[in-house]
Design a protein around this ligand. Structure first.
Ligand code: PLP
Length: 370
C-alpha cells in the first residue's frame, strides 16, 4: 500500500496493477518480434486514445517535456511566429521551448485559473505558423476548449498548425485530435494513463510533418528518423514492419504502457472519461460542502486535477505533510505564485473512483478539523 502515499498528487505514480506487473515481466530485446508487436499495438492504441488516425503516433522515449520539445523543435523554423496561449506553468514552458527553437513568440497571457480565451488567441497575430495551447493546465486545474480553438482557426482560413499539450488530458477527459484539428500533440504516461512516468505519447499529422524542419537541432527527437523506429512503415504498408535502429527502445516501459492502454480500452475510453468526471464532480462538491473554495474558474474545472484555495490562516505545507504522514495521501502544492495558497488534488487513472474521493475528503476533514 506504500503507493497509496502518492495516489492524490498532481503527478501521481499510480500505475494500474497491469501496468506495474508488465514492468516486472522478463525483458524483451528491442528488436524481438514480440516486442515489435507490442510496440505496433501500443501505437495503435495510442491512436485511439488521441482520437487520431495519424500514422505518426508513437511513444517517445522521454517524459512529457521532451514531447513538448519534440513538437517545437521539429516544426519551428527560425523566425516563425508562434502564438502560445499561456494560462499556467506549462503554457509558460511552451514559450521558453519555442523561443529556444528560434520562434518569434507571441504570448497570449491569461490570469491563472482561467481557461484560454479563444478569441484573444485567434486575434493575437494575423498569420502565425503555429498556435499552441495546453488542453489541461495541471498547474491550475483548468480545461481549455481545444475544439473551439481548432474550429476558430479553420473558420479564419488560417494556415497555422495547431499544437496541443495533452499531458494531463489524455485518457482523462474528451480528446479528439482529428475532429478538433490538432496537428501536433504530445502527452505523458504518468497522469490519467496511469503508467509510470517516462514516455511521451506523441502524434503528428501529414500536414505538419510535411512542413517539418528538415534537420532539427535535436538529433534524438528528430521525427524524420523516429518514424522507422516506431514502425511507421509497418503501419503504412500493412504490417511489413520495416525497422531502422534509432535508439534502444525502453522495452519495459512500452510494455507497461501497452498494459495500461489495454486496460483503459477494455473499460472503454468514454467510460473512462465518465469515471474521471464523476470522481472529479464528487470531490469538488465534497470540498465545497466542507466550506473550501475552488481555484479554477467554474465551468472549466478539470475532473482529474482539482485546485483548492488554502483557507486563510491554514499552513498549506503542514496540512500536506499531515495528509502524507498520517493518511498516506499526497496532495500537491500550488504552482508558481500560488505555491502556498493553492492545493492540487489529483484523481487520475485508477484513482478516479468513489472510494478514493471518500478517502481524500475524510482525510482532509480530519486534518483541517472540519
Ligand atoms: N505539460 C503538462 C500539462 C504537465 O502537467 C507536465 C507535467 O506535469 C508536463 C507538460 C511535463 O511533463 P513531464 O514532467 O513528464 O516532463
Amino acid at each position: 500500500m506504500i503507493r497509496e502515499r502518492h495516489l492524490f498528487g498532481p503527478g501521481p505514480s499510480n500505475p494500474y496493477p497491469e501496468a506495474t506487473r508488465a514492468l516486472a515481466e522478463p525483458l524483451l530485446g528491442h528488436l524481438d518480434p514480440e516486442f515489435l508487436r507490442i510496440m505496433d499495438e501500443t501505437c495503435e492504441m495510442l491512436r485511439t486514445a488521441w482520437g487520431t488516425s495519424n500514422a505518426r503516433t508513437l511513444p517517445l522515449s522521454a517524459t512529457g517535456s521532451a514531447g513538448m520539445e519534440a513538437a517545437f523543435v521539429n516544426t519551428v523554423h527560425p523566425g516563425d511566429v508562434v502564438v502560445v496561449a499561456v494560462n499556467g506553468l506549462f503554457g509558460q514552458r511552451m514559450t521558453d521551448v519555442a523561443a529556444r527553437c528560434g520562434a518569434e513568440v507571441v504570448s497570449v497571457d491569461h490570469e491563472w485559473g482561467q481557461p484560454v480565451d479563444v478569441d484573444r488567441v485567434l486575434a493575437a497575430h494575423p498569420s502565425p505558423a503555429i498556435v499552441a495551447a495546453v488542453h489541461a493546465e495541471t498547474s491550475t486545474g483548468v480545461r481549455s476548449d481545444i475544439a473551439a480553438l481548432g474550429a476558430g482557426l479553420r473558420a479564419q482560413g488560417a494556415d497555422a498548425l495547431l499544437l496541443v499539450d495533452a499531458v494531463t488530458s489524455i485518457a482523462g477527459i474528451e480528446l479528439r485530435a482529428d475532429d478538433w484539428g490538432v496537428d501536433i500533440g504530445y502527452a505523458g504516461t504518468q497522469k490519467c494513463l496511469g503508467v509510470a512516468p517516462g514516455l511521451a505519447p506523441f502524434t503528428i499529422n501529414d500536414r505538419a510533418f510535411a512542413r517539418r524542419v528538415e534537420r532539427p537541432r535535436s538529433w534524438y527527437l528528430d521525427l524524420g528518423m523516429l518514424g522507422g523506429y516506431a514502425g511507421e512503415a509497418g503501419v503504412k504498408d500493412g504490417g511489413a514492419g520495416q525497422r531502422t535502429y534509432h535508439h534502444t527502445a525502453p522495452t519495459a516501459m512500452v510494455a507497461s504502457l501497452h498494459a495500461g492502454l489495454t486496460r483503459i480500452l477494455d473499460e472503454g475510453l468514454e467510460a473512462v472519461w465518465a469515471r474521471h468526471q464523476a470522481a472529479g464532480d464528487a470531490l469538488q462538491s465534497g470540498l465545497e460542502e466542507m466550506g473550501l473554495e475552488l481555484f479554477a474558474a467554474q465551468g472549466h474545472r478539470l475532473p482529474e486535477l482539482t485546485t483548492v484555495k488554502v483557507p486563510d490562516g491554514v499552513d498549506s505545507a503542514a496540512v500536506r505533510r499531515e495528509l502524507l504522514e498520517r493518511h498516506g495521501i499526497e496532495i500537491g502544492a500550488g504552482a508558481g505564485a500560488y505555491a502556498a495558497s493553492v492545493w492540487r488534488i489529483g484523481l487520475m487513472g485508477r484513482n478516479a473512483r468513489p472510494d478514493a474521493v471518500l478517502l481524500v475528503l475524510a482525510a482532509l476533514r480530519d486534518v483541517l478539523g472540519r
